[in-house]
Design a protein around this ligand. Structure first.
Ligand code: DP6
Length: 345
């Protein structure tokens, strides 16, 4: 029996991936940028075991047995085994590729609540399988076929997923823009407005937006390319004001294209909108841009802010949303650092 355990970070996009140009290979319609959070705070942990005694592949997510026939999981497994077999032909490896695998994965945060749980989960699975099968080189393109945003969670720090131009997707990969140590003052607050499973999966939403939104066409062609360049520069120069402005504008545009879809759909709720107003009112009051919000496919807010401004803004949150109120919980805070960490036995 061979066993590998990995942990992988949650990533929160500041330039959003929303729309696929290829549904099967999971090729995005635009580049995206994210920060991977500190794995001490929020992460997925996966153990994969391969054994000649296992009769079938099996998977457990947060202690619950799940259906391994999920097509995206099967694509990831198939891709890893294929790469393994390619290596095997070239060299000297064991029969492990023929053995069935058991996979146990858990998140230390609510699954499917718009907190990119599938991203950390798939990244962790692929990091574990890659370690088991001794696959070297880029693994982001394998994680991508599990869930698009997962390709960014195989790396730490600030990460860019290039959409690529090839139809086979081999150039649609994630690369680190800056390491975790680059901007140590950066903090993230995740405000869990609602931790229920999301009603409308992002893949379904993206498909509808791709098919029906005119605003998305404008976004892909005329907004994201320039915004990605500005965001990369802002990260490299640690220019928080520009970083924050584009983070908020990009989140707003992602949610605007959801409303521009037909029929329209929404992920943010009333409390999400109150938080948007609160951030803008605060920034206006201090006459600076000290806090940025971003929302994924759910009502929960992620706030980016610098360490020096965190205590004051937490005070503002406490005032408007007293800690005992269960509509808003300050969930975790941490640095956008770390990548998948393997350990093998
Ligand atoms: C809103 O990666 O969950 O979080 O590729 O269909 O699995 P699939 O979608 P997924 O989409 C996440 C979208 C987002 C924005 C982002 O992370 O860039």
């Amino acid at each position: 029996m061979s066993t590998v355990t990995c942990i992988a970070p949650v990533n929160i996009a500041v330039i959003k991936y929303w729309g696929k140009r290829d549904e099967t290979l999971i090729l995005p319609a635009n580049d995206s940028i994210s920060a991977s959070l500190d794995t001490d705070q929020l992460c997925a942990k996966t153990t994969v075991m391969a054994s000649p005694n296992f009769k079938e592949d099996q998977i457990w997510l947060n202690g619950q047995k799940e259906d391994i026939r999920n097509p995206r999981l099967q694509n990831c497994l198939a891709e890893c085994i294929m790469l393994f077999l390619v290596r095997k032909r070239a060299g000297n490896v064991t029969q492990i590729g023929q053995w069935k695998v058991h996979i146990c994965s858990e998140n230390n945060f609510p699954t499917a609540a718009g907190l990119a749980s599938s991203a950390a989960g798939y990244a962790c699975l692929i990091a574990s399988l890659a370690n088991l099968y001794e696959i070297k080189g880029d693994i982001s393109s394998i994680a991508r076929v599990g869930s698009g945003s997962a390709c960014r969670s195989v790396l730490g720090g600030f990460v860019k997923w290039s959409m690529g131009s090839l139809s086979d997707g081999t150039d649609s990969i994630a690369k680190q823009i800056a390491p975790p140590t680059h901007w140590p003052e950066m903090r993230v607050l995740i405000l869990v407005v609602n931790d229920a499973k999301k009603k409308f999966p992002s893949s379904v939403g993206m498909k509808r937006t791709m098919e029906t939104s005119d605003l998305l066409k404008h976004r892909i062609k005329h907004v994201v390319p320039e915004r990605v360049n500005k965001m990369e520069r802002a990260i490299m120069e640690k220019d928080f004001k520009t970083f924050a402005e584009h983070t908020m504008k990009d989140s707003n545009q992602m949610h605007a294209v959801c409303l521009d879809s037909y029929p329209p759909f929404t992920y943010m709720n009333e409390i999400s909108h109150v938080l948007v107003d609160l951030v803008h009112l605060y920034n206006e009051a201090v006459n600076d841009t000290k806090v940025a919000y971003t929302f994924d496919a759910g009502p929960n807010a992620t706030l980016y802010l610098l360490e020096e401004n965190t205590p004051e803004f937490m005070g503002v949150l406490d005032y408007f949303f007293p800690p005992l109120e269960d509509t808003l919980v300050e969930y975790k805070k941490g640095l956008p650092i770390e990548a998948a960490k393997p350990s093998k036995s």
